[in-house]
Design a protein around this ligand. Structure first.
Ligand SMILES: C[S@@+](CC[C@H](N)C(=O)[O-])C[C@H]1O[C@@H](n2cnc3c(N)ncnc32)[C@H](O)[C@@H]1O
Length: 528
């Protein structure tokens, strides 16, 4: 991870030790004797946890008491600025446990999207940013100081990339999702403003020196927002103990939800685990504590890995700033409706025996209602079918492209119906083709094939060129921003190729069926 690369090894180790001492001194915290926090910067993976001796399955690796987490219910900010938090200013868990009047139910709830149109409304995401900024400004007097010291100060997520670096992502749908300007606006209005209007609450009385400027607060807001994105946990999850059935039935629920959710919190130590799509540990959300458990035997020296969910390379990069080989099975590519429509139009216009041009404006008019009602998709996600990881965190079988999204097929159907309506009986060849199920499917496949070809052309380098770059990477895993961008765009181009292959097969089968149909009547005739 480039974020901590600059820290000298000695200081890095010292920070790790201080954090470990702080963590193990928390009442109720445990840390297994056969695991160790290590420096994995030589693998571009920052800190991580490894096993120092074989660990059997179902072993509790460490325990994080809920009172050590940093969230709305433990942060003093909830009592300092109750107006930001819903309900009366109830004692926070930290305060309650100090005064020994704790009642588990007395946890202030977060303001959850007050009125949508209220520009001052905070949500769990912005509140956690404020909570982190508050703790950061307390400096070494924050109870979480040793923990805050091991959180990254810089990130490799595309939010921090230059426009030139973003350009390397080429036609990836990740680019418009980065949302730097929206994030700037949000941080200025909900973070910078709140801190500046409430300096007495945010800065400790002992604070010396100049208060942070607007630009410094903006940068701090981004830093904390990105830390939340890559480190925070969704605490609104049901207790795992009470949720066993669902877990067994439905497989893995990802551990971190990086998007806005009900209750988010920073969970020291749980967030020191790195993660991959093949993993060996799980965080259980219990009532009073969260526990990390081994899912299978972990060998001596093996890294302990959590799971962030079936994320594509692009999404892993967007949220966490890294990519791995294992996650590539979940890669996706977005196919815009504009390309599909363009493809369909050219197929219809090229139908054999067609006499005049279709009134495409008429088609648009018919579809206007659907579009206005919001039942029209602008783009579709093409993905492979892949099995869920098993109970030991392993994945089996190849991920395979097995079909177009159902919604895409439905939308094409609606579109072709509108074309049929406009054409009416005015053009026999078109009317016949659109009235025949198989011919319609042929139009669908040919249209999508053209759309896929056009989508591939949107990338300025070919898949072959990108594969060459990736092959030359020392160690195999892309770690620089440029390499990760190549990885993402190559992953998307691979899906386009696989989808293209699948479409081609469908077309071959359709034409085979057509050939058989043609032969059939003559065969019957011969029999007669
Ligand atoms: C929750 S933190 C894990 C601890 C982190 N390595 C650290 O040093 O603080 C998540 C971040 O760790 C890094 N990370 C997680 N899993 C990784 C992996 N398998 N390979 C490389 N980096 C990884 C990414 O930078 C990610 O944003």
């Amino acid at each position: 991870m480039a974020t901590t690369d600059a820290v000298p090894a000695g200081d890095f180790e010292q920070q790790t030790q201080k954090f470990l001492e702080w963590f193990t001194s928390q009442p109720g915290a445990t840390f297994h004797k056969d695991i160790k926090l290590v420096d994995l910067r030589d693998k571009s993976a920052g800190r991580g946890i490894i096993a120092t001796a074989p660990i059997p399955a179902d072993t509790t690796l460490f325990t994080i008491p809920r009172s050590s987490m940093l969230c709305a219910s433990t942060s003093p900010l909830a009592t300092k600025l109750p107006q930001l938090f819903k309900g009366p200013a109830e004692p926070t868990v930290a305060e309650a446990s100090l005064s020994n009047t704790a009642d588990d139910d007395e946890v202030p709830e977060l303001v959850e999207a007050l009125e949508e149109d209220d520009p001052n409304a905070q949500d769990s995401w912005t509140l956690l940013i404020l909570i982190l900024i508050h703790e950061y400004l307390q400096g070494s007097s924050s109870p979480w100081y040793p923990y805050l010291e091991v959180l990254p100060k810089e990130f490799d997520t595309p939010m921090f990339w230059t426009s030139q670096e973003l350009g390397e992502l080429q036609a990836s749908a990740l680019v418009p999702k980065v949302g730097k300007e929206e994030a700037d606006d949000m941080i200025r209005s909900k973070i910078v403003r709140v801190v500046r209007e409430n300096e007495a609450a945010f800065y400790p009385p002992s604070y010396e020196g100049e208060k942070l400027s607007e630009e410094e607060l903006l940068a701090l807001g981004h830093r904390m927002g990105s830390a939340i994105m890559a480190y925070a946990f969704d605490l609104a999850k049901e207790d795992d103990d009470s949720d066993e059935e669902e877990e067994e039935g439905d497989g893995w629920v990802e551990d971190r939800l990086a998007e806005k959710n009900d209750t988010m919190g920073m969970v020291p130590m749980a967030d020191m685990l790195n993660a991959d799509a093949v993993f060996n540990a799980h965080i259980n959300h219990g009532e009073g504590a969260l526990t990390a458990t081994s899912l299978r035997e972990i060998k001596e020296g093996e890294e302990i890995l959590n799971y962030y969910g079936p994320l594509s390379s692009a999404e892993l990069l967007r949220r966490y700033g890294y990519v791995t080989k294992e996650h590539a099975r979940y890669d996706v590519v977005e196919l815009g409706w504009d390309l599909v429509e363009q493809g369909l139009k050219s197929v219809v216009e090229g139908l054999k025996g067609k006499k005049k041009e279709v009134n495409w404006e008429g088609v648009d008019e018919i579809l206007e209602d659907e579009k206005e009602e919001g039942e029209w998709e602008d783009s579709f996600v093409l993905e492979r079918q892949s099995e869920d990881p098993d109970s030991e965190g392993k994945v089996h079988g190849e991920a395979e492209f097995v079909g177009l999204p159902e919604e895409l097929e439905e939308q094409v159907k609606t579109y072709l119906k509108a074309v049929k309506k406009v054409v009416g009986s005015g053009d026999r060849a078109v009317a016949e083709a659109l009235g025949d199920k198989k011919a319609r499917k042929e139009i669908l496949m040919a249209g999508v094939r053209k759309a896929l070809d056009e989508r591939e052309r949107q990338y300025t380098t070919s898949l072959e060129e990108d594969e060459k770059v990736l092959k030359a990477i020392e160690g195999g895993r892309p770690t620089t921003r440029q390499q990760m961008a190549v990885w993402v765009r190559a992953g998307e181009q691979r899906i386009i190729r696989e989808a293209r292959e699948w479409v081609k097969k469908q077309e071959e089968e359709l034409s085979k069926e057509k050939g058989q149909e043609k032969d059939e009547p003559s065969a019957k005739r011969r029999k007669a």
